[in-house]
Design a protein around this ligand. Structure first.
Ligand SMILES: *[C@@H]1O[C@H](CO)[C@@H](O)[C@H](O)[C@H]1NC(C)=O
Ligand SMILES: *[C@@H]1O[C@H](CO)[C@@H](O)[C@H](O)[C@H]1NC(C)=O
Length: 163
């Protein structure tokens, strides 16, 4: 079947392109370097993730027979996975899929206010969620297609929730 083959090829190309921009090349044996999500409009979603989360468009716009995609990253090394925004040509449903993107930001409250102003749904206000007796600074919101956005303070990066 042609489709999975093409899909794998193009994603691999995208991942390689992203990996090449990273400077940390010490003895790694494996890496998940990009996550691709289907979006209604990759231009709109690029605007969203750059304005709301400070990601940068790498300039990589890849056109394939099945979808077009734009690749975003945080440009400094060791800042997580690239985000590949895929606009499918056969109009797959990309609304309200049970998929979560987890961000770490300097100021969760400020970030959530920005999202609220942009008209995004806030599903958990910062400082209202709990795991056991521990109150979490974490917040949840939705992106323009309904993907779940988990927003944590950068100071929590590397620590597991509830521990
Ligand atoms: C995507 O959004 C851009 C910017 O708002 C708009 O110019 C473009 O027509 C949209 N594309 C589609 C396929 O709707
Ligand atoms: C959590 O709160 C409950 C109820 O106040 C208390 O009984 C329990 O000891 C607390 N657990 C911890 C680990 O603090």
């Amino acid at each position: 079947m042609l489709f999975p083959y093409l899909f794998a090829t193009f994603l691999a190309i995208a991942a390689l392109a992203v990996a090449e921009t990273s400077s940390a090349t010490a003895a790694r044996t494996a890496s998940l370097s990009a996550i691709g999500i289907g979006v209604t409009n990759m231009t709109e979603s690029t605007k969203f993730y750059t304005e709301m989360f400070g990601m940068k468009y790498t300039g990589q716009l890849i056109r394939t027979p099945l979808f077009d995609e734009m690749i975003l990253t945080y440009p400094t090394p060791s800042t997580g996975s690239a985000l590949v925004l895929m606009e499918w040509k056969n109009k797959k449903s990309v609304k309200d899929l049970p998929i979560k993107l987890v961000f770490y930001v300097e100021d969760v409250k400020q970030n959530i206010e920005k999202l609220r102003k942009a008209g995004m749904k806030i599903t958990l206000e910062p400082g209202t969620g709990k795991i056991g007796n521990t109150t979490l600074p974490t917040a949840f919101a939705s992106d323009p297609d309904g993907y779940v956005l988990e927003v944590n303070p950068i100071s929590m990066l590397g620590r597991s929730l509830g521990s």
